[in-house]
Design a protein around this ligand. Structure first.
Ligand SMILES: Nc1ncnc2c1ncn2[C@@H]1O[C@H](COP(=O)(O)OP(=O)(O)OP(=O)(O)O)[C@@H](O)[C@H]1O
Ligand SMILES: [Mg+2]
Length: 289
């Protein structure tokens, strides 16, 4: 299954969309909250239910011990979002100052996420926050650049408004160049459209010269639930955001498969030790949730 990273130019709905996709997928799924500006799911959707002792920051120390320690810590720092244990969350940073410590963790974390996707069949989503550039390149502290380089799909999340398209326009070329030179290829880049504003998918594709790979409706009550937590709104299970998110995961899977078929980049070598740890994770169900 694909590893899909979501980014934005500016607050477009990345976190809400990441949760919607993760909770709606037909497959076991995982959301890695890797926004270097700090995670919002812990205090928002989870309403403080998960303490700072669990989450992404703790992987930095484990990575220094080695790949097995990292894989083990990864499995131990997941929060399970559903009773069946199929929806996992790696909670994000509690303080943006922690991002500096993760520079060398991102490549190793990327490998773990790909093993989970390829060998354990997980749909993996990464909330990579807002893009920040530095001399035309992805900023090394303010973005989890290695996660974007290695992702099967990088979705620039935009709304169908003039403001959103204006900001996104400047990011397309640097991002595509970066993925061509340091990533898995320029065709990893696609758009996720939040259907807010006058522009339709074909107009957004045209305006940004990049395909809209999936679209999610404007649905303030379901998105508000993902942002603030609390009781799910009436009709949550049948909400338009969740239903379209389910369809979107299928479109993303299809787009990633097409890429794999066409890809001239070499496949990543497998890592049996990592695969073993993650297989156990699927059986065990992760931390209480
Ligand atoms: N599909 C949607 N329909 C309606 N409102 C939405 C939708 N997606 C997000 N929102 C709302 O827009 C606001 C920003 O959403 P969110 O926090 O997901 O954006 P973000 O891109 O992660 O922002 P940031 O860059 O600040 O982390 C929130 O109030 C959220 O509830
Ligand atoms: Mg966010």
């Amino acid at each position: 299954m694909p590893v899909t990273a979501l980014v934005s130019a500016k607050s477009s709905g990345v976190t809400a969309a990441s949760l919607a996709l993760t909770l709606a997928s037909k497959r076991p799924s995982l959301l890695a909250e890797c926004d270097p500006a700090g995670g919002t799911i812990r205090a928002g959707f989870l309403q403080g239910e998960v303490g700072a002792g669990l989450g992404l920051y703790h992987l930095a120390a484990a990575e220094r011990t080695g790949p097995d320690a990292l894989a083990q810590a990864f499995a131990n720092h997941l929060w399970t979002m559903d009773e069946a244990g199929h929806r996992k969350l790696l909670p994000g940073l509690t303080d943006p100052a922690q991002a500096g410590a993760l520079g060398r963790t991102w490549p190793a974390l990327s490998e773990v996420l790909h093993v989970l996707a390829d060998d354990a069949g997980y749909d993996v989503f990464i909330d990579a926050g807002r893009l920040a550039l530095e001399s035309g390149r992805l900023h090394t502290t303010l973005t989890p650049a290695p996660l974007l380089h290695q992702a099967d799909l990088v979705l620039l999340t935009v709304r169908g408004t003039e403001q959103s398209l204006t900001l996104a326009r400047h990011l397309i070329d640097p991002l595509r160049t970066e993925l061509a030179e340091r990533g898995s290829g320029p065709d990893a880049l696609g758009l996720l459209l939040i259907e807010d504003g006058p522009y339709r998918a074909h107009q957004v594709t045209e305006a940004l010269k990049t395909p809209v790979l999936a679209a999610l409706p404007f649905d303030a009550s379901t998105a508000g639930y993902f942002t603030n937590g609390g009781n799910p709104p009436r009709g949550y299970g049948r909400s338009s955001l969740l239903r379209h998110a389910r369809t979107a995961t299928e479109h993303l899977e299809a787009a990633a498969s097409r890429r794999k078929v066409q890809q001239q980049y070499p496949a990543r070598p497998g890592n049996p030790q990592l695969a073993g740890v993650l297989q156990r994770l699927s059986e065990r169900g992760g931390a209480r949730g």
